[in-house]
Design a protein around this ligand. Structure first.
Ligand code: ZN
Length: 119
């Protein structure tokens, strides 16, 4: 009986640690420092930009041009906002999309199967 008690306490402790860890991680993800946000680009089913800091290394403006199998998209990262500044797609929806800045935001260029997201 005593042995069972020990295992129950140990199990409860481990469970509590796991739950706390998950909780802290979620809170950090949702309310964390926006300077930790990163920009990802996917096109043609492949990752083309893998976690560039949203605020840049020193807060400077950066732009990247991507050649997809369907055409070109150029994005700009400036002051914590990401926008598609040019593209040669038909509808130009991605270019007209408002700049994104929050975790989970994304800009999709359907004709090019091009996705910019913030995580
Ligand atoms: Zn587009």
């Amino acid at each position: 009986m005593k042995k069972n008690g020990f295992f129950s306490v140990a199990f409860a402790t481990i469970l509590l640690i796991c739950v706390s860890w998950i909780f802290i991680r979620e809170v950090r993800n949702n309310f964390g420092d926006p300077k930790n946000l990163r920009v990802f680009v996917e096109a043609d089913g492949a990752t083309r930009l893998n976690g560039t800091p949203l605020y840049g290394e020193h807060g400077e403006e950066v732009s990247y041009e991507f050649q997809t199998s369907k055409g070109k998209n150029k994005i700009r990262i400036k002051d914590g906002y990401v926008s598609v500044i040019s593209a040669d797609c038909d509808n130009q929806d991605c270019v007209h999309h408002v700049p994104i800045h929050k975790r989970g935001d994304r800009i999709v260029c359907l004709p090019h199967k091009f996705v910019v997201s913030i995580k």
